[in-house]
Design a protein around this ligand. Structure first.
Ligand SMILES: [Zn+2]
Length: 158
């Protein structure tokens, strides 16, 4: 299995999984490789991406968080992942998350509550709050998932 870092003409970075380099070239030639963000098929191969250190758990720091509309939260997030294949899958999921969520920063809790109470259009958001507030949100029945720090990911998206 070969994991390649790819980028579309609109500069979206993503990973492609192929049986081999030849498999990648073959699929590319047939137009089967496309950007998961915008569907663009003008793909080029990038240099190897840095690995995320998912064990870097800054337990007491302000946690980046993500929330989904009710019923769409991932039960898997937040677990320590050491398997490289799972790490790659998580990285890919995180990239999709970045592309599909709105960063509301420090207003995370306010937005999560407003959506939960129907005062705001439900959508996928990400942001930051303290562990204490995050636990309060969970107590209130809001789907909140802890999210690894995104700084290494942002570098690869530039
Ligand atoms: Zn794209």
């Amino acid at each position: 299995m070969k994991v390649l870092n790819l980028q579309c003409a609109h500069r979206h970075d993503f990973e492609g999984w192929f049986a081999s380099e030849h498999d990648y070239l073959s699929q590319l030639a047939r137009g089967l490789v496309s950007c998961p963000v915008c569907g663009d098929a003008q793909i080029q191969k990038m240099l190897t991406a840095p690995r995320l250190n998912l064990r870097d758990g800054r337990k007491n720091a302000v946690q980046p968080l993500a929330a989904s509309p009710p019923g769409r939260a991932s039960a898997e997030a937040g677990h320590t992942v050491t398997d490289p294949v799972l790490q790659a899958q998580l990285l890919r999921a995180m990239r999709q998350m970045l592309a599909n969520t709105e960063d509301v920063g420090g207003r995370f809790a306010d937005h999560a509550r407003a959506m939960h109470h129907g005062e705001m259009e439900p959508r996928n958001i990400r942001g930051r709050t303290t562990v204490k507030v995050a636990l309060e949100l969970v107590d209130e029945g809001i789907d909140v998932v802890p999210w690894p720090a995104l700084s290494p990911l942002k570098e690869t998206l530039q």
